[in-house]
Ligand binder design. Structure first.
Ligand code: B12
Length: 352
């Protein structure tokens, strides 16, 4: 976004703000926000150009093991507290234009983004029902029905949560609410802005201002049919527990020792694979490989180890999934392995 105060001034504020967050100083962070407001920076811009990029910066620092989980939690708590304080600027007592239900899919704990989106909708005159993190699908559907919602906005920050977005669309359809348009946001939709169509959504947006613009455009759209989930994603989910158990057992037999770490790692990897299969393209796994090759070594897993674990997983997929779903899942895993090797600077994986 570009406002009159952008440029060097905002950049300076961002640096001060990130420093305040890293130091865990709510007081210093307040001074930055007060300076911005004093310079007539709009609260909307404080959300998008101060809070959002600073939260991303904290995430990058954690990924590189330069701030702790406690520092990240503190930073998020400061941002959420300040959003609450700025909320009166967004409040609209005559919000009656349209109604939207907003929240995160189950097991999605990143709620700051969708809360920002909620405040922007409110300022734009919508009636907003903001449900926060980790909302059961049936509750989203139930509230959409009760409030006669004109739209549902759903957030999935973690790639592995994408299948739940598709599940929401199908759940609305199943109870005759398929006419309610669904829009989505979160990191996967920023990295791949075209993802929404693979999930039978009406649109997506990379920030709160774009979310409102997308919603207003979408309102006039025709109904989009909820397509069934691709069979390979369903098969992987159905067999996940067996796959994780068998892959873990293979690694333990081959000399690995940490059962809990293997279980968690295979749980994560299979959910990522499922998400990519659900949207019908392996490309989101590239970003995941980039993230994992930087972060995982800090958690005690080197890229070479990851690749050897993936090789076991590949065999298990062939054993437990029926063809052709097994071939597709293995092809996606091969893509993830190639990307992991490439990002880690290791030689390419020979075909199995
Ligand atoms: C704070 C934080 C957490 C907190 C969240 C607390 C809370 N109250 O929300 C907690 C501690 C819970 C957490 C947990 C985890 N996190 Co975290 N987290 C973050 C962090 C640092 C900031 C998130 C944030 O507030 N962003 C700021 C908001 C404003 O931005 P936004 O979410 O993108 O929202 C905008 C747009 O996306 C869009 N949008 C969002 N929602 C919607 C909805 C609609 C309908 C529309 C249209 C648009 C839209 O508009 C928003 C506003 O402009 C991010 C870093 C990052 N890049 O985001 C990591 C990050 C997302 N987390 C990460 C990880 C790995 C995890 C964990 C797996 C860690 C772990 N080992 O447990 C768990 C997963 C939990 C789960 N199942 O959800 C990674 C993900 C990496 C990856 N590629 O997978 C990141 C990127 C950090 C990193 N760089 O490594 N995390």
């Amino acid at each position: 976004m570009h406002y009159e105060n952008d440029g060097a001034f905002m950049e300076g504020l961002r640096q001060d703000y990130i420093q305040a967050l890293v130091a865990g100083s709510g007081r210093a962070a307040d001074l930055v926000v007060e300076t911005a407001l004093g310079a007539t920076v709009k609260p909307q811009q404080i959300y998008l150009d101060l809070f959002q990029p600073s939260a991303y910066a904290i995430g990058r620092l954690w990924q590189a093991n330069r701030v702790s989980v406690a520092q990240e939690h503190l930073a998020t708590a400061i941002i959420e507290r300040q959003m609450g304080e700025l909320y009166p600027y967004f409040k609209n007592r005559n919000a009656t234009r349209h109604t939207i239900v907003l929240g995160c899919v189950p097991d999605e704990w990143h709620r700051v983004g969708v809360r920002m989106v909620s405040d922007f909708f409110e300022a734009a005159g919508w009636q907003v029902h903001y449900l926060g993190a980790n909302v059961p699908i049936r509750e989203l559907v139930g509230l959409a029905r009760e409030t006669s919602a004109d739209m549902v906005g759903i957030s999935a920050e973690m790639l592995f949560n994408l299948p739940r977005v598709g599940e929401l669309v199908r759940a609305l359809d199943a109870v005759g609410l398929g006419g309610i348009p669904v829009i989505a946001g979160g990191m996967p939709f920023i990295e791949q802005p075209e993802l929404w169509s693979a999930l039978s959504l009406h649109g997506s947006a990379g920030d709160a201002a774009a979310a409102v613009a997308t919603a207003e455009r979408v309102l006039g759209d025709r109904q989009i049919e909820a397509r069934p989930e691709p069979a390979a994603a369903t098969a992987l989910r159905t067999h996940r527990e067996e796959i994780v158990a068998m892959a873990t057992a293979r690694c333990l037999a081959a000399g690995d020792h940490d059962r809990a770490l293997l279980n968690a790692g295979f749980g994560f990897a299979t959910r990522m694979l499922e998400a990519a299969l659900a949207v019908g393209t392996p490309t989101p796994l590239g970003g995941q490989a980039a993230w994992a090759t930087e972060r995982q070594p800090h958690d005690g897993v080197a890229p070479e180890e990851m690749l050897s674990h993936f090789a076991h997983l590949n065999i298990v997929l062939g054993q437990l999934l029926p063809p052709p779903e097994s071939y597709q899942a293995q092809a996606y895993l091969n893509y993830l392995m190639d990307e992991t090797a490439r990002r880690a600077g290791l030689p390419p994986i020979p075909p199995a």
